[in-house]
Design a protein around this ligand. Sequence first.
Ligand SMILES: [Zn+2]
Ligand SMILES: [Zn+2]
Length: 293
Amino acid sequence: MEYIDIFITSFKDYARYVGNEVLNPHWGNYLYWLIGISIFFYALELTMPWRKDQPKIRKDFWLDAFYMFFNFFLFSLVGYYAFSNVFVQLFNDFLALFGVKNLVAIEINTWPVWAQLLTLFILRDFIHWNVHRLLHRVPALWEFHKVHHSVEQMGFAAHLRFHWMETIVYRTIEYIPLAMIGFGIQEFLLVHLFALAIGHFNHSNIRVPLGPLKYIFNNPQMHIWHHAKHIPSKTGVNFGISLSIWDYIFQTHYIPKDGRDEPLGFDDMDKFPSELKDQLVYGFKRKKKKIEE
Ligand SMILES: [Zn+2]
Ligand SMILES: [Zn+2]
């Protein structure tokens, strides 16, 4: 019963939260930051496009715009937030059976706020880099990740074009390591917005040479090769999310030449569904089909 209560309360809380976000623009409002950051990068794409042959409203622009809001807000609204709260409670109760009351291993809540934010940003990005590699290496996960790689014309909105299962995979894997660090701050807005802006930047159809900073930050000229159709490695290259440094450290970086004219996607793209309703159930359907065959 306790879990059902948590589910209903969380569902209502989140619905109220989204309603509030839409109706009250303010500085801590994710929805309006998402819109603002998107307009900023779209304006750059329109004024200084890198891949000049792409139409201004590129292929799948509106589909990706939908994904952007779906993955940022709606998926949580339809129950992810509620489900995850229930699972966190279940997990904590499970740990309590073994007498574990607290996962915190390192107390960093006494550190200055900037140091906590920086640690959160770097640690989370490194976890995400590893999860991203898993999405490429584990065949069942790659089926879901194909949604992100089905982009054929690159643009800022492709950043949040991904299968909803990715949200579950990322959140589940990051949960324990992040819970082990006792953050003293509840407000991760800055870290989220910074990651959102870099993610939009990486997918933008613009050319911005970063100089030596390219060894630290991901960028459009590096990430285009992550989406390139023809690469030497079957399991992918340039897995960086916000930071490129992990790819340089672990030797998974690959920028053989200017990638402006590289075709994007993966082999047998023609078999990949182009409609949203088919993409939402993609990774599951395929497995079923294989068993039938
Ligand atoms: Zn990928
Ligand atoms: Zn991408």
